[in-house]
Structures are given as C-alpha cells and as structure tokens.
Write a protein that binds this ligand. Structure first.
Ligand SMILES: Cc1ncc(COP(=O)(O)O)c(C=O)c1O
Length: 339
C-alpha cells in the first residue's frame, strides 16, 4: 500500500466552515470580530519585497525576544510556530515515544485526537499518558481550571503537560508562571495570535517552557516554519498590547451581555472565560442541531459538535454587539419564549 496505515484509517479533522460570502454572521471558529492593530497594517504596507527574496530568520529571534519580554522570561524559553496547531503537532512528535499515549480533557479541542492518530499513537481522555494537553480555558466549554490544579497535576506527572492557552487573554487567570518558574521541568504553556490578537490568517503561535523541551521543538521543526511576513506582523501585534487588550475588553463585555440575554431566553450557558459560549437551548427552542440548522439557514454560522458530551449545546463565538443582536433577533423570530 502506498499510504501509511494510520493515515488510511484517519478521520481527518474538520475545521469550522469558512463560508465564501462576506454577508454572513460568522460565529463558528472563534475568530476575533475586531481588526488587528493598525501597526500590523503599517508593517504590511511598508514591507520590503527584497526580504521575500531571502529566507526568514529560522528561529524568529526578534519575535521571541518580544514574547519573552512580555512574559517576563528569556528568549531561549520561547518557541514560535506556524500557528499553535504546528506546536501541537511538534509536541506529539517530540514528547511521545512510539507506543506512547496522548491525553486531554474530554470534551476538548478535537484536533488532539487527529494529531495522535497522525503520529500513530493512542489518544485517551485520561491523565495516565505520555503527553497531556490541558486546554485552559477549555474548548468548547469555555470554562477555566484553577492554576493550582494544573500545578498539582504537573508535580506528580511523569510526562510533559502542555497547557493550551489559546483563549487565556479572555480569562481572569492563566498558567504562564508555571512555564517560566525555575524548577518546573515539564510544563509548557502555549498561546496563539489567532484569537486575542485578531490574526488567525497569519498563522503564528508560541509556547514557553523549560529550555530542554523548547530545544527539542526547535530540533524537530521545519527549518523556516514561520515566514518573514508572519514574524514581522506578529512582532508589531505583540508590541501593541493596548490594542489587543482593548479588543479583549470589548469582547468580554459583549460576552457578559450576550450570556445574560441567552439566559433570559431560557438557555443554559456555561460560565465562559473565553471568546465563545457553550450554551444549551431550552426545549421550547428545539434541539441544538435544530437551532444550528435554523441559524445556518439565516446565514448565521455557529458551531455544533454532535456526540453525547457536546451534542446538547452550541458553541457560539462572541462577535460584535451588532452580530450578537442579529443572532438574538433570529432566535426571537423563531418564537423562543422568554422566562
Ligand atoms: C484550544 C485551541 N488550541 C489551538 C488552536 C489553534 O490555534 P492556531 O490558530 O494558533 O493554530 C485553537 C483554534 O481554534 C484552539 O481552539
């Protein structure tokens, strides 16, 4: 056979739909509704084409320095990747031996199972594994685990704990200090530019951790995994913390108001520390699948994950106030009863 067995058997990861039309309300992939910093636009506008003739800095030193400063650590503890998805894929290669196991919360980011299958190892919703991917805040639930719980687990865990903090900028707390503290030798904390920095299309993520683990990732990566434009634009974004934080504040404010609006309509909404909510419609509204289909018919895209743990709820990205109002109006037009 020409195709490796694990790939032949693989159920490929299905990303959220990317409709071609701009005339939709797109609340299905946790993108940021607000634009990236104007400093990013300035970098693109002035980008010297001659820099594309040459290869980029293979280790992205300037960006690593800026990320290190932001997180009060040193550049040798920072790895940058082509989106945090690349870092997850590298972690599966670097921190799991053949015959090992990758674990995560369940439900969680569904890509993890696919990455394990590509790597040819098992995935288990268990902590008795080689590499544990702890999504915090979790997805699709949006809920936050206390830092102490993660620290306590890491202390006794023999393998690597990668805390996937894709949504941490929208949360009240995070685990970065577990990755930067001296003496912690098995915790990596991962972040992305795709959510809070509004740069999902750029494909830049990073992680912070002990030098030994970070070096392993550098050994295994493609030579030029983050392109020159991505490095320059991400650097501009990191330097404009005020812009990112202002967008985060707006989204958190909208999240609070939208949660309340759903609750007054009888929905059950999990307490979210991210830029989405995971919410169950009341029986009067129909099943999650029915509401999903109805909204899709109105060009409002949210995410539905079938299955026993997730199928009763919808994951709804927090967009602008106007987008959330469009969604609420659509629900009301369907005749949801208010409590
Ligand atoms: C929990 C989690 N981790 C990682 C990612 C991937 O982010 P990136 O765009 O940096 O690859 C996502 C994207 O939705 C996510 O939800």
């Amino acid at each position: 056979m020409r195709i490796a067995q694990n790939i032949r058997r693989l159920d490929a990861y299905v990303p959220g739909e990317q409709p071609r039309s701009a005339r939709v309300v797109k609340l299905n992939t946790n993108e940021n509704a607000y634009p990236p910093s104007p400093a990013c636009a300035a970098v693109l506008k002035d980008f010297d084409l001659d820099r594309l003739r040459r290869y980029p800095d293979p280790n992205g030193l300037r960006l690593r320095q800026a990320i290190a400063r932001l997180n009060r650590t040193t550049p040798d503890k920072v790895f940058i990747g082509n989106g945090s998805d690349e870092i997850l894929s590298l972690a599966a290669r670097c921190f799991v031996d053949d015959g090992g196991t990758i674990g995560s919360l369940d439900p969680s980011y569904s890509l993890y199972k696919t990455l394990a299958a590509i790597r040819g190892v098992a995935w288990k919703p268990s902590k008795n594994v080689s590499l544990f991917l702890w999504t915090n805040p979790n997805a699709p639930t949006g809920t936050l685990a206390p830092r102490d719980a993660i620290a306590a687990f890491a202390r006794t865990f023999k393998g690597v704990v990668l805390v996937d903090e894709a949504y941490a900028d929208f949360a009240r707390a995070n685990c970065m200090e577990l990755a930067t503290a001296a003496g912690n030798d098995n915790v990596i904390v991962m972040r992305t530019f795709s959510k809070s920095y509004s740069l999902a299309g750029l494909r830049v993520g990073y992680c912070v951790g002990p030098v030994e683990l970070i070096d392993a990732l550098y050994k295994a990566k493609d030579s030029y995994n983050v392109d020159a434009i991505a490095q320059a634009v991400a650097l501009a974004a990191v330097r404009d913390q005020r812009w990112m934080k202002a967008n985060v504040r707006r989204i958190v404010r909208t999240r609070t108001a939208f949660t309340r609006a759903l609750e007054t309509r009888g929905w059950d909404v999990l307490p979210s520390e991210s830029n989405f909510v995971f919410a169950q419609p009341p029986a009067a509204c129909g099943t999650a699948q029915e509401v999903f289909d109805y909204l899709r018919g109105r060009k409002i895209f949210v995410r539905y994950f079938p299955g026993p743990l997730t199928g009763a709820r919808l994951r709804i990205t927090i967009g602008t106030d106007a987008q959330m109002q469009t969604l609420l109006d659509a629900l009301d037009a369907r005749g949801t009863r208010r409590r």
